[in-house]
Design a protein. Structure first.
Length: 290
């Protein structure tokens, strides 16, 4: 590694950490030079384990020894030219105003996202994030998907980026473990009019998590997953669709989905936050025979 001590966060070599917004990092000469920022050793570890290429590191001096194994791995895998910028805790705090980064940041190379067909080829359960924009909710859903054996995650064209710094951090780096891609790419007219038919053609029953007059209960959905293949209404492959904060799923998505599913509620509560509702749904529909 190239160890470079930095006197000030204003150093031009730290521009990707300090002066570029996340959309700018994503779109800068994308896809060949698109980047994102990984925050904290845990997230960095999981990114490296997934063979995500590092571009540079920004590390608090006291964390150098603790990251020796990561740097040795980078040397062996990508060569010794990756720079490690070293700064004091006081200088690093200037990036956000408080110690958010947990001692280490890394700029990492974006990869070309796989096709929906590749991601879903062997999947039995997939989650679809429709237009979810809060990075915390995106990261929480990804973490639940990893923990509860969801095979893949699809994000719609208007959904936020799972690689944004806060989303990846909230996911605890599981965004690098769960297969995911963007259905329809950046074509905002693709979902749901073409996206839902694409999932149906791939053999998925599409289930919109929403309140409507014809919603079935989550227990009913689970029963259809667990009954025998010759039972009427049996579900073999399931796509669970979760909507954006506030408005929930679009009326077009609800109209085109095979099923509308609700989680039974008590005490006058009509719905859960999408991070909570996705976790409940993933747990209930998990496949115990894996």
């Amino acid at each position: 590694m190239q160890y470079i001590h930095i006197a000030s966060i204003d150093d031009e070599r730290l521009k990707s950490f300090t002066h570029l917004t996340e959309p700018q990092l994503r779109n800068r000469l994308e896809p060949s030079m698109g980047m994102f920022i990984a925050e904290s050793p845990k997230v960095i570890d999981r990114a490296l384990a997934a063979e995500v290429e590092p571009v540079s590191f920004l590390v608090e001096e006291s964390w150098l020894e603790g990251m020796a194994e990561e740097f040795d791995f980078v040397d062996r895998r990508w060569g010794a030219d990756v720079p490690v910028y070293i700064a004091t805790a006081e200088e690093l705090r200037k990036i956000t105003g408080y110690r958010l980064h947990r001692g280490a940041l890394a700029t990492m190379r974006r990869w070309t996202l796989p096709s929906v067909e590749e991601v879903c080829r062997n999947a039995r359960r997939v989650a679809v994030m429709e237009d979810i924009v809060d990075p915390t909710n995106i990261g929480a859903l990804m973490r639940s998907a990893a923990a509860l054996d969801v095979d893949a995650v699809l994000v719609t064209p208007s959904c936020g980026d799972p690689l944004y710094r806060r989303a990846a951090r909230v996911s605890m780096g599981t965004v690098f473990q769960v297969p995911w891609t963007r259905i329809g790419g950046d074509d905002r007219h693709y979902w749901p009019w073409k996206g839902i038919p694409q999932l149906k053609e791939a053999g998925f029953v599409t289930a919109a998590l929403a309140l409507s007059d014809d919603s079935i209960g989550l227990d009913d959905l689970v029963e259809r997953l667990n009954n025998t293949p010759d039972t009427p209404g049996h579900i073999d492959r399931l796509a669970m669709i979760f909507g954006t904060e506030g408005d929930g799923l679009s009326k077009h998505t609800i109209a085109h989905a095979d099923l509308t599913v609700k989680i039974p509620m008590s005490n006058g509560v009509d719905s859960l936050n999408v991070a909570a509702s996705s976790a409940v749904t993933f747990w209930a529909t998990r496949c115990l025979d894996r």
